[in-house]
Design a protein. Structure first.
Lengths: 154, 279, 387
């Protein structure tokens, strides 16, 4: 697990994480590879693993009956993929598809949840890293729904 | 510059449409040449007042190459009576023009530095002269990154030119769209989301931003998160404008007049009022 | 009789007949003489042919939202404060043609219009109004871009100022340091003195042109008593002024409080009728109207007074920037009292009180400033806009 340790340490997401905590996190991690076009997960699946994308691009899609899938966001190198693993009932709410060959670190959600529960210091360090990511995405979503580039008042 | 004006700066000069190109359903680019006399020089970021006969006048940024002295290029969207009339003009027809007016992008201040150019929608048009300038003086500048966000892949402005630029090794261009289907292989999401991925060196970068005001507010927040000082962020602002001379009072934005203190404003100079509602 | 040319700053006495002679001298020198006269139920500025045209014996009773003409006990020519109009209607006309255009086929020709430049003489310009003219001079001719037509109309004006002998019900020129005594910028300044049976004017020479013209007017030497009497008139007017505006740190106060709850309070009264901007002697904002004939062969552009209280004023594609009355009142007052200082070096308010008098609901700018000051955020610490 030496390799994963150093891979995680390189990620800005885990920057300045204490080495002991880093070791705990990497204990739940594994390397993942997704070919272009393949799905990483589907809506309704168990959110039992989340991902730190190292290379590649992932499209997040939602599907409505009778319509082509809509891509509402894309993620790339350095991004965290998935929040549903943090909150019950731990189910994905969208589809994630690798647009190109994507390499990621997959982190076992049940494993990390258990460790955070056992060590609240680790849990707090993780929360401090996850919360800003999701708040930023919430802000971005707000801007996106403003649809600022269209003709207004029509 | 003032010498190029007629004595009465309220009076437009006649220009002829040399070429009209439809960029999108409601967006057109006009190439104009002076009916008589020489074309005034302009700085990237400046605008002209374009007059459609009998309909009215509207402020449109210059979007052509500042190195091309022969013509003014303007890209405009048909949104009101005047812009609709202008967008309908065909080659050979004439319009009135006053300008150029206003401040430009900090092309001199940015010499030796990296630049990140962030455009939203039609906001790419006022930034294009800056890009032309950078590319024709490429050795004077550091890294150049263009982050461009638009609504949908079919709304990408200057698509062929962007495709050409993307092949260059001395220019990074990232495009993101708000909405896409699976045929689009690029980014989906808002343009500020591209900032953290752009590896900006905050001590050595100038940011040039143009787009809808809401997009610029989020973009400024993203640039500040990336460590850019307010003095290194420049925005192109828009307000209702009639005279472009600082005399009609309409384009006031707090204590500034967008027509003469802008349209390109250094962010620290408007920081206090930028997020104030209905200012 | 005259003949002797006085120095600038010198004072002399002139009778009612002298005033008539002064008017005639101005007319004979080819000036278009504008002065006060009764009209439209108010004292307005219009062409004057002699002292018979002046509103002798009339005064104006002004309060917030109210203006009434009343008879005076005496026959003072200048015994009123200021009416709804100001001199800006002559220097910066409400409607002005800017240019015309002609189209034939694809060909377009845009033709400037010859600027109409009468030689104006203004009679009865108050201290606050002189300041207002100077403020508009700065706006229209003090920057990098110049309003050529304004400059042409302003050039060679002959200004006969009048020091105020009556405080209006709404004015506060003492606070704005613009009156009641005219402080420079005039050719002649009059103080009307009515004492017992005498009805005279103390005349102060303000320029070489003024001295030259006044040399031909019947006059007598001003005594120390005459000068003291004139000073007493102005001092009494200053004392009787009912309103004050505290200008201390006003730029920071207003610029630093864009979300003060008082803006909502005033907006609940404000009808956004734009009266205040029309009567204000410094408000300069305009719109333009473009039109063409039915055949589409000729077109013209007309400039008209506009107001920041209209929705159209701030319209950008999609809608107005200032949709709420609160934002429009805030824009007007903040511009006038605070942003103006950044833009043109001093306040845009002269303390004439017109905006108070002619507001249909009696909004009082001095009261609004005081209310904001009463529970302002610390001046200089701007409110943070939330993202």
């Amino acid at each position: 697990m030496e390799g994963l340790d150093s891979i995680l340490a390189e990620q800005p997401f885990f920057a300045a994480l204490e080495p002991e905590l880093s070791k705990i996190v990497s204990g739940c991690a594994r390397n993942r590879r997704f070919d272009a076009g393949s799905y990483i997960f589907h809506e309704g699946d168990d959110a039992d693993e989340f991902y730190l994308i190292r290379h590649g691009r992932v499209a997040l899609e939602m599907v409505a009956p009778g319509q082509a899938p809509v891509v509402f966001n894309t993620l790339g190198s350095g991004d965290i993929l998935g929040a549903s693993w943090l909150v019950p009932p731990y189910k994905w709410m969208f589809d994630a598809r690798a647009v190109e060959l994507t390499r990621a670190v997959g982190i076992d959600a049940k494993c990390l949840r258990g460790k955070c529960e056992a060590d609240h210091h680790l849990g707090y360090e993780m929360m401090k890293r996850f919360l800003p990511v999701f708040v930023r995405r919430l802000h971005a979503t707000r801007l996106q729904i403003l649809d600022v580039y269209g003709k207004r008042g029509k | 510059m003032t010498a190029a004006f007629p004595a009465n700066a309220f009076v437009p000069t006649a220009y002829r449409v040399i070429r009209q190109r439809r960029e999108m359903r409601d967006v057109a680019t006009l190439e104009l040449s002076a009916a008589a006399g020489e074309l005034p020089t302009f700085a990237p970021g400046q605008f002209n007042m374009l007059y459609a006969f009998g309909v009215g006048e509207v402020a449109i940024s210059v979007s052509g190459d500042p190195g091309n002295r022969g013509r003014f290029v303007h890209t405009l969207r048909a949104v009101g009576a005047v812009s609709t009339a202008l967008a309908r003009l065909e080659a050979g027809q004439m319009l009135g023009l006053r300008g150029p007016f206003g401040t430009g992008w900090p092309m001199t201040a940015a010499v030796g530095s990296d630049l990140v150019i962030i455009a939203g929608g039609l906001g790419l048009a006022p930034l294009r002269p800056a890009l032309y300038h950078l590319l024709s003086h490429r050795a004077d500048y550091g890294g150049i990154t263009v982050l461009y966000g638009t609504r949908h892949p079919r709304d990408i402005l200057y698509r062929r030119e962007i495709e050409r630029w993307r092949r260059r090794l001395d220019l990074d261009i990232e495009i993101t769209v708000d909405h896409a289907d699976r045929a689009w292989h690029g980014h989906v999401g808002v343009v500020p989301a591209l900032i953290p991925r752009a590896a900006i060196d905050p001590e050595n970068t100038f940011a040039l931003v143009c787009g809808p005001e809401a997009m610029m507010r989020f973009t400024v927040a993203g640039l500040r998160d990336a460590g850019l000082a307010p003095e290194r962020i420049y925005l192109s602002m828009e307000r209702n404008m009639k005279c472009a001379l600082g005399l009609c009072g309409r384009c006031q934005f707090g204590p500034t007049f967008i027509c003469k203190d802008g349209p390109v404003m250094r962010f620290d100079r408007i920081l206090q009022i930028f997020a104030t509602r209905e200012i | 009789m005259g003949g002797h040319v006085l120095a600038i700053g010198a004072k002399a006495m002139m009778t009612r007949d002298g005033l008539q002679a002064l008017i005639e001298a101005l007319l004979s020198r080819g000036y278009r003489l504008i002065g006060p006269r009764l009209g439209e139920g108010a004292i307005v500025y219009d062409d004057i042919g002699g002292i018979a045209d002046l509103p002798a014996g009339w005064t104006d009773r002004q309060e917030a939202g109210s203006y009434r003409l009343e008879r005076r006990a005496d026959a003072a020519f200048f015994g009123y404060a200021v009416g709804p109009q100001s001199w800006k209607r002559f220097l910066h006309p409400p409607v002005e043609r800017l240019w015309q255009a002609r189209r034939e086929g694809d060909e377009l020709a845009i033709l400037p219009i010859e600027i109409e430049t009468p030689k104006f003489a203004f009679l009865g310009v108050r201290g606050c109004e002189l300041r207002a003219i100077q403020i508009q001079d700065r706006v229209f001719t003090g920057g990098s871009q110049v309003d050529v037509a304004y400059g042409a109309r302003r050039r060679g004006n002959f200004i006969v100022a009048v020091n105020c002998g009556t405080a209006g019900g709404t004015c506060f020129c003492v606070s704005m340091a613009s009156g009641p005594k005219a402080k420079g910028g005039f050719d002649l300044a009059l103080t009307e003195l009515i004492e017992g049976g005498a009805h005279e004017f103390l005349v102060e020479i303000g320029s070489a042109t003024g001295a030259d013209l006044f040399a031909g007017i019947p006059q007598r030497t001003a005594s120390g008593d005459d000068i003291a009497a004139a000073e007493a008139v102005v001092a009494r007017t200053a004392r009787e002024m009912g309103r004050t505006l505290d200008n201390t740190g006003i730029k920071e106060l207003l610029q630093g409080n864009p979300n003060h709850p008082r803006w909502d309070t005033v907006a609940s009264r404000c009808l956004t009728c734009a009266n205040c901007t029309m009567v204000c002697p410094t408000c300069f904002c305009t719109t333009v109207e473009d039109g063409s004939d039915l055949a589409g062969a000729t077109a013209a552009r007309v400039r008209k007074w506009d107001s920041c209280f209209t929705l159209d004023f701030s319209f950008v594609h999609g809608g107005p920037v200032r949709s709420e009355p609160r934002a429009r009142y805030r824009q007007w007052m903040t511009h006038k009292l605070a942003n103006w200082i950044d833009q043109f070096g001093k306040s845009g308010c002269v303390g004439c009180g017109r905006c108070i008098t002619w507001c249909p609901v009696g909004i009082d700018i001095t009261e609004e400033v005081a209310a904001i000051r009463a529970n302002a955020r610390t001046a200089g610490t701007p409110e943070k806009g939330g993202a």
